[in-house]
Write a protein that binds this ligand. Structure first.
Ligand SMILES: *Cc1c(COP(=O)(O)O)cnc(C)c1O
Length: 449
């Protein structure tokens, strides 16, 4: 047997998984290089050379496995030999150290709650995994890693929590002044130590530009080991494949006619669902639920991809006009030789419909849902009109209390803040305030001197 072919647990695969750049397939790197680089040198997104297929017996036996066992089995396929078994087991256990409950609302509709992590949105899983993996790879280095994050809210909150006190890693989180929710702002600005919150007098796009400026600033990159922790990094979607396995584990009946409705912005979550299906999870169909930033829905209906400027909606974490993972979704279907329309349906949901969804979920099922989850629910309603006979699951991607401004007039009598959120709202936040890139550069230099 070739020493490079090792059989690990269920299934058989080479343990040296490589990732290629979608824009130049000759560029191939290891898991470690893909994580540390973020983007490939030609600015392409990394994609796994081969989606690992799990053994049928693993899927069939999933009800008897713990979340940790499922997580190790799935994620070790992507990390290969770059992380040793003991360390990876620790990393995945810490990454998923909370509940992922599936609630049955009716005979045909369930909701998968992804907000039980520390910052109460699904971004916690990606941030916790990324921070631990970076720290693992950096533990033998003398030089610390500096992570730059631009955020429209949840990503920054998850990064602050996920990276807080992680050794050898500093994190600069750039958020647009006055454009994130009160809870998100406190989650970003109340931690200190290795977390550097930066309030930018500008938009999310300005924050993102400044991050790119820093990542390509010759003065800085000779001194500082930069990486970025946004959804282009493979470390974001790899652990998100687990949501779908955890949902499947909890389904009591009709495991074969499963449809996921995924409220989508940058399409990291949807891409993770595609990968889980490629790994062997029996997913019948995916519903891509967009708000009015519906570039993808328009693509499904017209075959034309026309990115547009984002518009503000009440499901703000999905206000993305040019989803960065779209190219990965395309790559998936061309590699698998499968038609996208046979597998994905897409709908766009207006704010008015989102509000209707929140009200209906509360009245019919006594379930309080945030605006993002409601977009997922309304996607199911549009699809169900066509096909009624499936088992539908929508993702609730954040706890509603993160979006109290949007919720407070819709279902006022059903709302309350969880203890965790109450506590953070009572704390004092602190951030460094900037208007232009040179001020960010000065700040980074100052903290590294
Ligand atoms: C980020 C986010 C989304 C969108 O997820 P993508 O993976 O970017 O499609 C949906 N809901 C909430 C609450 C989010 O924070």
């Amino acid at each position: 047997m070739s020493p490079k072919l090792v059989v690990l647990g269920y299934g058989c695969y080479p343990n040296n998984m490589r990732y290629y750049s979608i824009t130049d397939k000759n560029i191939k790197v290891s898991f470690k290089e893909a994580i540390l680089g973020g983007l490939s040198p030609d600015r392409g997104l990394y994609y796994p050379e081969k989606i690992p297929v799990l053994d049928n017996s693993f899927i069939g036996n999933i009800g008897n496995l713990s979340n940790e066992e499922i997580a190790y089995e799935c994620i070790s396929k992507f990390t290969g030999s770059d992380i040793d078994e003991k360390s990876l087991k620790e990393i995945v256990s810490e990454t998923i150290d909370f509940e992922f409950p599936l609630n049955e609302l009716s005979e045909k509709i369930s909701v998968l709650e992804l907000f039980h992590g520390p910052t109460m949105a699904f971004k916690d899983v990606g941030a916790r995994f990324t921070s631990r993996v970076l720290s693992y790879f950096n533990s033998s280095e003398k030089k610390k890693v500096t992570v730059l994050v631009a955020t429209s809210g949840d990503t920054g909150a998850a990064a602050a929590s996920g990276f807080h006190d992680v050794k050898g890693v500093d994190v600069f989180i750039l958020f647009p002044k006055g454009r994130i929710s009160a809870v998100q702002e406190k989650q970003i600005t109340t931690l200190s130590d290795n977390i550097y919150p930066v309030e930018v007098d500008g938009s999310f796009d300005d924050c993102q530009e400044m991050v790119k400026d820093a990542l390509t600033d010759k003065d800085l990159i000779t001194k500082i080991n930069f990486t970025s922790a946004n959804s282009i990094n493979i470390s974001r979607w790899i652990p998100q494949t687990l949501y779908y396995f955890f949902a499947y584990k909890q389904i009591e009946k009709k495991k074969e006619d499963l449809i996921f409705s995924i409220p989508s912005g940058n399409f990291g979550n949807l891409f993770a669902c595609l990968v889980s299906s490629g790994m062997g999870l029996p997913v019948k169909r995916i519903i891509a639920s967009n708000n009015l930033n519906d570039t993808f829905t328009k693509f499904i209906n017209s075959n034309k991809y026309k990115p547009s400027k984002s518009i503000r909606t009440i499901s703000s974490a999905m206000d993305v006009g040019d989803p960065s993972n779209f190219v990965r979704v395309l790559e998936y279907f061309s590699n698998q030789g499968r038609g996208m329309k046979e597998f994905i349906s897409a709908y766009s949901i207006s704010d008015k419909e989102t509000i209707l969804g929140i009200k209906e979920l509360e009245e019919r099922y006594d379930y309080v849902c945030d605006p993002h989850g409601s977009v997922g629910y309304m996607g199911i309603k549009k699809h169900k009109e066509l096909y009624d006979n499936f088992n539908y699951i929508f993702l609730e991607t954040a706890h509603y209390s993160k979006f109290m401004e949007e919720m407070k007039d819709v279902v006022p009598s059903s709302l309350s803040y969880p203890e965790r959120i109450k506590k953070i709202l009572s704390e004092d936040g602190n951030s460094y305030k900037i208007r232009k890139y040179s001020e960010l550069k000065d700040y980074i230099n100052l903290t590294n001197s």
